[in-house]
Design a protein around this ligand. Structure first.
Ligand code: CA
Length: 564
């Protein structure tokens, strides 16, 4: 009976969606906000069909509105995303003006790179953890952004850089000034200047230490002399950290993206896990729902060890970038089945360390080359499939801004943080000027303006993949199980099994030629529920036989009669 009521509910939802769609044939808006352009759109457009199968086939899929940590997250490099006041620098009000865009693609969480006062364009060297950089806006603007996001069901993650501060942070300035006035034969006194204990000063120059100008002292600064490492083992620093996270949680942020967690204590995974445990406990004591995702740019075994801290999520670096599992598979350096095996291996390892973990798959971020540069010969399908592999992994999935347009950017860091390509007109509204010293960029794919009207654009693909990801809760929340008989060098086939959300069967053709699979043994009671194609060729499923054109994906679910 419960199932029947759920089914009736789904049917009603679907009808409402069709009705809503008739008012607005744009992508389905998952946010609570109204769609201001609805009146301007001719109703006839709603009945038009596309030559692209997925556009029609997936049209009535609606996101499951589940208020948990299995989100689809958009990473925004703040200074390059959207400029609201014409000074060329992206800002908070610019982001507010693009929340329709973010919702329309299906994202329900955003991660902003650091917003605190800092002299650099990237702001990963913080001067004040409880303020907003004036070039990005005011604290009032941040509060307004939070309110607007929460009104649409979008969560907001603050980027928290705790490994180091800027060398112009008042803590470091106070410590340095004190040591400069301290007689050479005298040891520092805590009561005279506790800030000395905020960092690691030494009279010896150990590896990773740099001289403190005007003294015979050295200080730890692993990344850069202008980024002194904080002494996170010390309670005086931990108390500051507690006050900082309380400040932001009281404002309503939903969680933190933690920068450089493997560097907290250099080459000491146990010590880093201990600090993460402190942080997780502290955050949850203030807000039990606080979500934490850590940047541990390392291998699976170290990530597993850090999951032992109880942190919610750690980015899945082994799958990302030009040499990760996804690129290995999509470039043909590894068989398609390796993608499924790698997911199963990661899931087993991480769940073993923290049964409540939530994976954090991503493909690129502000430190990696953009994915369009990984496949120079590709006209789109390989780049599309690679991102689908990332977005269809379980967990909280992260997408770096501009990847939905296939923006270019590789080499020096500035190039990876190019202005969001809203328009090919650099003077168009919202366009940023980008970091000083950036090369180009010369984009291979069109701007958003031009991709919007193209049913085969990368942008459209992202929207469709996220629509599918969110319509079937098991995709993000289930456990992966390879279908051995269907997986090989070209095809990846797996169940995503979830006790609460049912099972989903995903079959992916990752190569440039068609594939056929007989599902009659593996998939009794399953029906074709969503399709993702990169061409006008159609996916078919008849009499147990699944036909997948080059670079396409079929999603099958248990049909209703089978469940009952
Ligand atoms: Ca601006």
């Amino acid at each position: 009976m419960k199932r029947f009521l759920q089914w009736v509910g789904s049917l009603l939802c679907a009808l409402l969606v069709v009705a809503a769609y008739a008012q607005n044939p744009q992508l389905f808006d998952t946010g609570a906000a109204s769609t201001p352009d609805a009146q301007a759109v001719p109703a006839a457009a709603a009945t038009s069909t596309s030559a692209i199968q997925m556009i029609d086939f997936n049209r009535n899929l609606v996101p499951a509105e589940l208020d948990d940590d299995y989100r689809t997250t958009y990473e925004i490099f703040v200074s390059s995303f959207c400029d609201s006041d014409g000074d060329g620098t992206g800002d908070l009000n610019g982001i507010r003006s693009k929340l329709d865009y973010i919702s329309e693609l299906g994202f329900d969480q955003i991660w902003l790179t650091p917003v605190h006062p800092s002299a650099t364009y990237h702001k990963y060297d913080v001067d004040d953890y409880c303020a907003i950089d004036p070039s990005f806006g005011t604290m009032g603007d941040y509060e307004a952004l939070l309110a607007d996001c929460h009104g649409r069901g979008i969560r907001v993650l603050l980027d928290l850089v705790l490994n180091h501060t800027s060398d112009t942070h008042p803590w470091f300035v106070a410590a340095s000034d004190y040591l400069r006035t301290l007689p050479a034969d005298k040891d520092p006194v805590f009561e005279e200047c506790p800030y000395v204990w905020y960092y690691t000063f030494s009279r010896e120059q150990y590896d990773g230490f740099v001289p403190l100008e005007g003294t015979s002292w050295y200080y730890e600064a692993r990344f850069w002399s202008e980024m002194p490492d904080l002494n996170l083992g010390n309670d005086v620093v931990r108390n500051e950290v507690r006050d900082i996270v309380r400040f932001w949680l009281d404002k309503g942020v939903d969680g933190f993206r933690l920068d450089a967690v493997t560097s907290y204590v250099t080459e000491d995974t146990a010590a880093n896990a201990e600090f993460l445990r402190y942080l997780a406990d502290t955050c949850r004591s203030i807000d039990p729902d606080c979500y934490l995702v850590g940047e541990a740019w390392t291998d699976q075994s170290s990530i597993s060890a850090l999951y032992g801290s109880g942190i919610d999520s750690l980015f899945e670096f082994p799958f990302a970038g030009p040499d990760g599992v996804i690129s290995q598979v999509m470039s043909g350096r590894a068989p398609a089945s390796d993608y499924v095996r790698a997911m199963m291996g990661a899931e087993a390892a991480y769940a073993g360390a923290n049964p409540a973990y939530v994976g954090a798959p991503f493909y690129t971020n502000h430190d990696t080359a953009r994915s369009a540069s990984y496949y120079p010969q590709d006209g789109g399908p390989v780049t599309k499939m690679a991102y689908a592999l990332s977005l269809l992994m379980p967990g909280d999935s992260f997408v770096y801004y501009g990847e939905e347009l296939g923006m270019e950017g590789s080499g020096k860091d500035e190039n990876k943080r190019a202005p969001m390509y809203w328009s090919s007109d650099a003077g168009a509204e919202g366009m940023c000027s980008g970091p000083a010293g950036i090369d180009g960029p010369q984009h291979k794919f069109a701007s958003l303006e031009d991709q919007r009207s193209d049913d085969l654009s990368l942008w459209r693909w992202f929207a469709e993949v996220i629509r599918v990801r969110r319509a079937f809760p098991a995709i993000a929340r289930g456990k992966t199980e390879m279908v051995e008989g269907l997986s090989d060098a070209d095809v990846a086939a797996f169940f995503r099994r979830s006790a609460s959300d049912g099972d989903v069967l995903v079959v992916m053709n990752l190569r440039d030629h068609a594939a056929e699979r007989d599902l009659s043994q593996a998939a009794g009671g399953f029906e074709l529920s969503a399709v993702l194609g990169t061409s006008e060729e159609r996916i078919t499923y008849e009499n147990g036989r699944l036909s997948l054109p080059a670079y396409s994906i079929a999603v099958l679910t248990q049909n209703q009669s089978f469940i009952d």
